[in-house]
Design a protein around this ligand. Sequence first.
Ligand code: BGC
Length: 756
Amino acid sequence: MTREKLQELIGKMTLEEKASLCSGADFWHTESVERLGIPAMMVSDGPHGLRKQDQEADHLGVNDSIKAVCFPAGCGTAASFNRELITGMGEVLGEECQAEGVGVILGPAVNIKRSPLCGRNFEYYSEDPMVASEMAGALIKGVQSKNVGTSIKHFLANNQETRRMSSSSEVDERTLREIYLAAFEGAVSSQKPWTVMCSYNKINGTYAAEHKEALTDILRGEWGFDGFVVSDWGAVNNRVPDLEAGLDLEMPASGGINDEQIVDAVKEGRLEESVLDRAVERILNIVYRFQENRNDSAVFDRDKDHEYAKKVAEETIVLLKNEDGLLPLSEKEEIAFIGKYARQPRFQGGGSSHINSHKVTGAWDVVKDWGNITFAEGYGDQEDVTDEALIAEAVEKAGKAKAAVIFAGLPDAFESEGFDRSHMGMPNCQNELINRVAAVQPNTIVVLHNGSPVEMPWADQVKGIVEAYLSGQAVGAAVVDILFGKVNPSAKLPETFPYKLEDNPSYLYYLGEGDKVEYREGVFVGYRYYDTKKMDVRFPFGYGLSYTTFAYSNLKLSAAQIKDTDTLTVSVDVTNTGSMAGKEVVQLYVSDVESTVIRPVKELKGFDKVDLQPGETKTVTFTLGKRAFAYWNTQIHDWHVESGEFRILVGKSSRDIQLEETVTVESTVKLPVHFTLDSTFGDLMQDKKAREILEPMMKLDMVGGQEEDSDVAASAISSEMMEAMMKYMPLRGVLSFSSGKVSLEQLQGLLDQLNA
Ligand code: BGC
């Protein structure tokens, strides 16, 4: 509907009708206005499947939803690093929504994995904002190509479940920009999600629902968002200020209570009616966008979509360890499959994203008729309780086989929406099982089902580790194809696996004190911290093995020197040097060689996935703009590049850089300077004008008249020390050390000239 028509329609609405449109009709529908023929629109959870509830509604995953297809969760889709694949998944989801009459699917969820403990990490993409934003953008692009909306969530700085509805994320401006806002920014500005979901928590003391700077100034003003902002279910705090801040739609229904508040505020002159009209227009714009683009021929073909879910899963499973090339296994060998998850895989997490899968393929389902594979349960339904009999059976079967594959991971009770993990360990009974099996079977492989890093005390005892993440209902089939080499693993970790929880940068501050959670690690999240600290980690960010090998060559930059307004093109050749076709995730990091601000040693600024036949070479090209070199400058409240050299690092993971080159970037922005009596000579001398004005003063003897060549003087004060003394001396020091040759008035005069 055109803007004029929408406004005409809004003009016909009563105040009460307009207010009613600003909250849900029920749990999953927007309000309709029959009198004017305004339709309702259904929204449903996802985002890794369709959780359409047509009976009892809830937002916690309690009641059933329609039978649907569960795709890999965010943790896994990010590991694919494959934008096209995830856009394809979005297209499938969009088609499902069209078939089911769902106008907006509630996701993707891009919150940064600040700590391995966050209960919802399985839904989230990465510890890196670029990966989160790019993968979210890919999904949004696919869904919205089917004329169905998305709701990128949870905006903003919602990185824990503990006290999620009352805690305040205390984040400094630069960290917010470089990490937490950045996770949304690229996806919002390039893919224009139809809606954005604001989170429950506060940001620096203000509820997200009421955060005008986030919901309006940044989202709309800076990033060009033009859809509507919806509250997370129950996130509305104070309806009228929320509306003014930019929160358009409250979900679910508030039983009319909050609508009434809006009506009263308008009547009493506390709220401009135009603010209400603005929200109504934004909501109706999306409602009609869906309504006018319905695809009546869309079908929800669950079996077909299951196949796509498998295709995605094949690229979300990361091969972490493969000693002696044990994998892939031979289909003819005697092998023991061990662990309940082989039969009943854990393939998704609990809570609002929980999909009612129409069928689930476990690894055992695929191999049970082969004849050469045995199965032992290993641990029981109580996944956290050691069962000696089950372990003994597993050890016996493992001992008799050529290799053992243990399917392990985190039970639902360990990670879910609503609460955070209390430690990074796996259930003791599973660690015990792995140790005991590995003791009798040298060819042991562990397949993990989890949404976030786990400690692996047994890592050195086993030859193979496969991180299956929570890879959806087809996970078993995908795992088997990887174990037996039908599929070459190509996923990489979108997060670091530290050795232990205490290594994580947020460890000391994670859940904060009461409702105050200070993000004291600042921009040093994930590899930004581990790599800067040169800390040993279990598996680094961006890491993952393949059954083939890749060689990098021919790294070229389009220029050796650029301005921050230019772009730099980087190209690199990647060759498959092995004997199996495979895909490689090529990563580009930028490192500022020298910086006056504290920066991570490297930051991911590009990635691409290439598909290569044995012997084949492809050239991968990246384009870097200003943002690739910039940090957020809190003086000018903008991105800023500090002139100087930057290393361009291209590699297989953040710790496996294959090639590097250097580019010099010159800033075209001069930061405003204001000198005072406290400004040091070192800082003053950086400024050309100040240098000229102060040159004569530098010639004054300010350290007390020792003879330059006296031995005593030289041993007491080296020339380096002299230089440092001058460099760090504030301008006012001249008054103390120039023996009265310079007066305060003269210094003030100089400052006036400098600051003019
Ligand atoms: C969750 C959202 C979800 C909503 C609706 C909330 O509790 O945080 O992610 O979309 O419920 O189910």
